[in-house]
Design a protein around this ligand. Sequence first.
Ligand SMILES: *[C@@H]1O[C@H](CO)[C@@H](O)[C@H](O)[C@H]1NC(C)=O
Length: 299
Amino acid sequence: MKVFIIFSILFASTLAFPYESSINENPLLMYNSIRLPMEPESRIVGGDQHDIYKYPYICSLQWNGSHRCGANIISHRFLVTAAHCTIGLTPTLLTVRCGSSRFDSGGRVYRISTIINHPDYNSATIDYDFAVIETEEEIEFNEATQPIRLADQDEELPHGHCMKTLGWGNTMDPSQTRDYLRIVYVPKVFLEECRRLYSTINAAVTERMICAGFSEGGHDACQGDSGGPLADGSYDDVRCRFHGKRFAAQPRAAEGRLEKLYGIVSWGFGCARPNFPGVYSRVASVSNWIKRHAHIKDD
Ligand SMILES: *[C@@H]1O[C@H](CO)[C@@H](O)[C@H](O)[C@H]1NC(C)=O
């Protein structure tokens, strides 16, 4: 199975350019482990349509004008995304569209001048799946465009904590509209539990990863959501439930504080399958590295 996973990663990397992609024709990609997106018509599984004003930190990262991944604004000049979205690319032809619920219109497009992939990123294990990218011009903040705070270095979250993830990725449901940002709420899964689940297919879950999902599956990030956020769900916590189950209500974010980014959509075994939660890069494991490269001072 390990071979299978690695094979599908290699396969995914050959699809790194949208114009080469044939994602819908290849059955392997249904089980593709990496959430690399290629086709604009992909989306969050089981999500609801949502608008950018509530989640003004997410942008669509685009290669030659095609949606590729999500990216998260962390300051006027920097965003954070997944290294598997940017590895091997030069900034030329790389842009972000921010401030729009659609990946293909609205908001404002900024050119990327610098890509900093995490030096320990490993494309075979998808460990350290982080990249910091810099815009050529300053990102203009407004009600649809705002930064998200980073989790503190080594900050931990309780098991079952309600999280949300957003993106323009694969919905695995052709009836769902393709144009708008989608959101799903997913509870955090213990690292040990996630390790146990993924050990059945010999996939390693490291300390640089955080898992979230329902044991029944059904709600998840998917191909095309890579690089997007896993943020705390306290903004809208009542929706962190599935099949009648409800997870503990979260303490509300303190008044005037922005939401926090705990994870970045990274990989999984398929999308929304039972017993295979989504795996996200754990921001708290490299928070200081991100801040240093994005010139963010501790508050
Ligand atoms: C970029 O997109 C244009 C128009 O779709 C296409 O003609 C061109 O070949 C693309 N370039 C690259 C490098 O993908």
